[in-house]
Design a protein. Structure first.
Length: 248
């Protein structure tokens, strides 16, 4: 199965493609949307879950989303129509790392999409180019909760220096010219809910579509991911979501 299609199926029960509970998403948005904000951008928007919630929660705002996954963008479009916010949403089918706009945005989001830019700091560099002077950035990325062992690195397909501990991660962000005005570290419960949802959604699809050509491979992929998580990076790999403003 195509990797993008697999990801779409895996997030069926957890549309926010990150280890964040609904209440955490709402709180982060509330901290990131200033009273005068009216335009938001999501770089790597996937199925548009962040943007849909934002537009429902703040009915005066307009938003744009960028992603290279055409099927996910169609899902975002359908979700916006169902929520009654499609008239305030523009979607761009293109690489988020090369997106440009004639106007700037009061809020730039990029949660769990740093790989599209080559890391957290390059993600922030791209956001800076699209942000109003007094705007907010809402960005989420991984960090090491503890020193990763060989099992964790193998499960994630990562090297030790792909991430840093939380303190170093935030220090790098502040040294790059950003001031955190809020942050959220995903809890163990949020991680467990995310991973059980991810593997469970895939497994259920495979069991419900046993005659599909991809069913067996999808079932195996879910089992492999579950093992990598439980026996590899659970408790080692963390996720932090930051609300940032440009420093003086």
């Amino acid at each position: 199965m195509d990797r993008k299609r697999r990801s779409q199926l895996a997030h069926a029960d957890h549309p926010i493609a990150a280890p964040l509970a609904d209440e955490s998403v709402a709180r982060l948005l509330d901290r990131a949307v200033a009273d005068e904000a009216d335009r938001a951008l999501d770089l790597g928007c996937g199925g548009g879950a962040w943007l849909r919630r934002l537009l429902v929660r703040y009915p005066w705002m307009r938003a744009e989303g960028v992603d290279i996954h055409t099927a996910a963008l169609e899902q975002a479009r359908e979700g916006a129509e169902e929520a009654g916010v499609a008239d305030r949403l523009v979607l761009h089918d293109m690489d988020a790392s090369v997106f440009a706009s004639a106007h700037r945005f009061d809020l730039v989001l990029s949660v769990g999409a740093a790989h599209a830019f080559g890391g957290l700091l390059p993600t922030l560099a791209a956001a800076r180019e699209l942000l109003t002077p007094d705007g907010h950035v809402l960005v989420g990325d991984g960090f090491w909760e503890r020193e990763p062992d060989a099992a964790a690195l193998s499960a994630l397909g990562a090297t030790w220096d792909d991430y840093a501990d939380l303190g170093t991660t935030v220090d790098r962000v502040t040294a790059d010219g950003w001031t955190p005005v809020y942050g959220h570290v995903s809890t163990a419960g949020e991680w467990d809910d995310y991973e059980w949802s991810w593997t469970g959604s895939l497994s259920r699809w495979a069991l419900d579509h046993r005659d599909e050509p991809d069913a067996l491979d999808t079932h195996k992929a879910a089992a492999e991911h579950r093992s990598q998580w439980l026996n590899g990076y659970r408790g080692t790999f963390g996720f932090v979501t930051l609300v940032l403003r440009p420093s003086p």
